[in-house]
Every structure is written in structure tokens, then in C-alpha cells.
Design a protein around this ligand. Structure first.
Ligand code: HEC
Ligand code: HEC
Length: 336
């Protein structure tokens, strides 16, 4: 019943939109553990659906052309094909928009980790000029649309508020859960044939020879001790790889700007690697165009600088090994 209501509303709301279309996240059948990454969220489809509507609504911007989905485009795995984001006013920012697949599973958000929950993050694009209007103006616009007022009433029991918008946006984003990849199946079943011999060799390099999994951990522990049901490939920590370091120093201080610890200078959060084949360009500044470029970057030992992570060093991989590593990274997606 709810599902039916949601999809007919979705059809009515989105057919006229010229921009990115929402994928059918609600129609998918999740296993209980897929649905919450093993963490135990409770979903309310009405709140999440309201959030989806806000997420794709370009009316909530200064020019009427920017929505959350402009930079987190479902056609690009909820990331963007540009190296750095362009705000509603046409001005480029400093960083590349991360993919939002599985973002609900993260205990720490943004490249520099400055937010700890999706609710905390949700209004920042209005506060930082990315949407071209402020929070108050956005709430006003939502309030002037009777359909929204109705949706807020049914979902949250009150008129549109800033808090309610944040809750709904967060709830929607928790439904952005990546489908199973072949690597997931390989890891749980131990049936080696799920990966090709080349991909298996890439897995060996990723977890043992390089090992990338020092930072891109397969099954990281959450700070609250809970475990995930799918490999996320991050440690939720910050490392300096030297990305953005040049003659004039580092372009972006990264985690340092938040923590003020010298050791965090030029360090960024280890990104998830699920579906990364669909999210070029790479790194916080979008400076590497392809997965092959990323592997070359690591093979050379990153970009030397005074704060380079001790875990980054030249790898001396030959061409076969580099290709195998890329093949493994590709198998981390659901593209097939
Ligand atoms: C103009 C482009 C742009 C728009 C519009 C935008 N974002 Fe983002 N988003 C970014 C960039 C760039 C980052 C990374 C910023 C950083 O780390 O400092 C980001 C980060 C995020 C993150 C953290 C992801 C992670 O992996 O830690 C979330 C969640 C998010 N945005 C949600 C939203 C929501 C919700 C909206 C709409 C209200 C929105 N964004 C609008 C560009 C954008
Ligand atoms: C010292 C920890 C560490 C190690 C070891 C490491 N990474 Fe990373 N990885 C990171 C961090 C941190 C970033 C983001 C850096 C930035 O943007 O400045 C990153 C970024 C990436 C990205 C880009 C993702 C995106 O969405 O932009 C890919 C792909 C990647 N790493 C793959 C690998 C592979 C393959 C290896 C092994 C050869 C590896 N990493 C080893 C920490 C690490």
C-alpha cells in the first residue's frame, strides 16, 4: 500500500524534472542485513520518500537549477564527473563530491570528517552557498508548497522545519545502499571461481602485497563496535598521500583544519571503494582521471611531502600486477 503510494507520487513528481532522476531505491527488495548494513536502522518509508523529494528538488536553490542531486548524481553513483563541484552561483569549490552509496554506514562524514551524522551534514549545502539560498529561505519555499506541507504532516507530523528537512534528507540517504558486488559474494562464500584469476591476483595485491587494505579495510569496525555486513573498504581515518601537494605547498589542509593536529596536515578520510569504477575522477580534488592513474600514483609511492603517511611507499608493481589490481577494483561494483 505504502509502496504503491510512494511510486505513484514519485511518477507524478518527477516526470517533469529535467535533471537527474532518482533510481528506484524503494522498489528494491532488501534482505534485512542489506537494508541496514547490519547496523540496525529503522526505516520509515514516508520520511525517506520526503527526503528523496527534497534531494532532487532544484527549486531549493538560488537559480532554480541546483539540487543535491546535481553534485550527487545517481547517474554517476551519487558522485559527479567534474574534478571539483560547481556551486549554484557558478563558482568552483575545492573538492570533489564523494559518492553517497552506503553513506549511511559512515560514522564520520566529509573528506575532512567535520560531521558525525547525516542530520548534522544535511543543511550545510545551504549554509555554505552550494545551493545559493540559506536555510531559512529553503524552509520558506518548502512551506509555500502545499504538497510538501502535506508530505511533512504525514511523514513527521508537523509543518516543514529546518530540522525536519535534515531528518528527511538523512533518512533518504540511508536508503542509498549499494547492491551486492562479486567481491562481496567471493568474500562470504569463499568460492574462488566468483572472481577471475586476474581479479583474484588483484585481491592478493590489495590485501597482501601492497597492501591497500591497511587503510581500505575490508570490514572496518565502527566506533560503536558494530560490524558491517558488506566490505566498505575504509578505516574511517585520515591519511596524507600528498594529493594536491606542489611547489607552493599543499592546496588543502584537509583534516588539519578540523583537528589542528600537525599529523593531520594534508590528510583526508580514506574513501569507500565500492562502485568506484563509476565515480571518476578520483581523490579529494578530483586530480586523477582513471583507476589506472590511481594505481600508478600508489605504485610511485604517492606524492612525497613532509607529512606523507608512513604506509605509503613505492610498490614496484609490474604491468600485469597493476592491471590485476584495477580488475579487482572494478569487481567491487555492481555494474554487471
Ligand atoms: C555544489 C555541489 C554540491 C551540492 C549542491 C551538494 N553537495 Fe553534498 N557534497 C559536495 C562536496 C564537494 C562534498 C565534499 C565536501 C568536503 O568534504 O568538504 C559533499 C559531501 C556531502 C556528504 C558527505 C559524504 C561523505 O562521504 O562524507 C553528504 C552526505 C552530502 N554531501 C549530502 C548532500 C545533500 C543532502 C545535499 C543537498 C542538500 C548536497 N550534498 C548538496 C558537493 C555538493
Ligand atoms: C595510507 C592509507 C592508504 C593506503 C595504503 C591506500 N589508500 Fe587509497 N586512499 C586513501 C586516502 C586517504 C584516499 C583519499 C586521498 C585524497 O584524496 O587526498 C584514498 C583514495 C583512493 C582512491 C580514490 C577513491 C575516490 O573515490 O576518489 C582509490 C581508487 C584508492 N585509494 C585505491 C587504493 C589502492 C588500489 C591502494 C593500494 C595500492 C590504496 N588505495 C592504498 C588511503 C589509502
Amino acid at each position: 500500500m505504502m509502496r504503491h503510494l510512494v511510486s505513484s507520487l514519485a511518477a507524478a513528481v518527477f516526470t517533469s524534472a529535467a535533471m537527474a532522476q532518482p533510481p528506484d531505491l524503494f522498489g528494491r527488495q532488501f534482505t534485512p542485513s542489506e537494508r541496514n548494513h547490519g547496523i540496525g536502522w529503522k526505516f520509515d518509508d514516508r520520511v525517506a520518500f520526503l527526503g528523496q523529494r527534497l534531494f532532487f528538488d532544484a527549486r531549493l536553490s538560488g537559480t532554480g537549477t541546483t539540487a543535491c542531486a546535481s553534485c550527487h548524481d545517481p547517474g554517476f553513483a551519487f558522485a559527479e564527473p567534474r574534478p571539483v563541484s560547481i556551486s549554484d552561483n557558478g563558482r568552483p569549490g575545492r573538492r570533489n563530491a564523494p559518492s553517497l552509496w552506503d553513506v549511511g554506514a559512515l560514522p564520520i562524514l566529509m573528506w575532512d570528517g567535520r560531521f558525525r551524522s547525516l542530520e548534522q551534514q544535511a543543511l550545510s549545502p545551504f549554509q555554505r552557498g552550494e545551493m545559493g539560498i540559506g536555510v531559512e529561505q529553503a524552509v520558506q519555499r518548502v512551506n509555500s508548497d502545499p504538497q510538501y506541507v502535506q508530505l511533512f504532516r504525514t511523514a513527521l507530523g508537523h509543518r516543514p522545519t529546518a530540522d525536519g528537512m535534515a531528518r528527511a534528507l538523512a533518512a533518504f540517504q540511508r536508503t542509498i545502499i549499494s547492491p551486492t558486488s562479486r567481491v562481496d559474494r567471493f568474500l562470504v562464500s569463499n568460492e574462488t571461481a566468483i572472481l577471475t584469476p586476474q581479479e583474484q591476483h588483484g585481491f592478493y595485491i590489495f590485501t597482501q602485497k601492497a597492501p591497500c587494505s591497511n587503510c581500505h579495510q575490508l570490514f572496518p569496525l565502527r566506533p560503536d563496535g558494530k560490524v558491517y555486513s558488506a566490505p566498505l573498504l575504509t578505516d574511517f581515518r585520515f591519511h596524507n598521500l600528498g594529493v594536491g601537494y606542489g611547489f607552493s605547498g599543499i592546496a588543502d589542509a584537509g583534516r588539519y583544519a578540523v583537528s589542528r593536529f600537525g599529523a593531520d596536515w594534508g590528510a583526508f578520510r580514506t574513501p569507500l571503494l565500492r562502485n568506484s569504477v563509476r565515480t571518476p575522477p578520483y581523490m579529494h580534488d578530483g586530480s586523477l582521471a582513471t583507476l589506472e592513474d590511481v594505481v600508478e600514483f600508489y605504485n610511485a609511492g604517492g606524492q612525497p611531502n613532509p607529512n606523507l603517511s608512513p604506509l605509503i611507499r613505492p610498490l614496484f608493481l609490474d604491468n600485469y600486477e597493476k592491471a590485476a589490481l584495477v580488475a579487482f577494483l572494478r569487481a567491487l561494483s555492481d555494474q554487471e
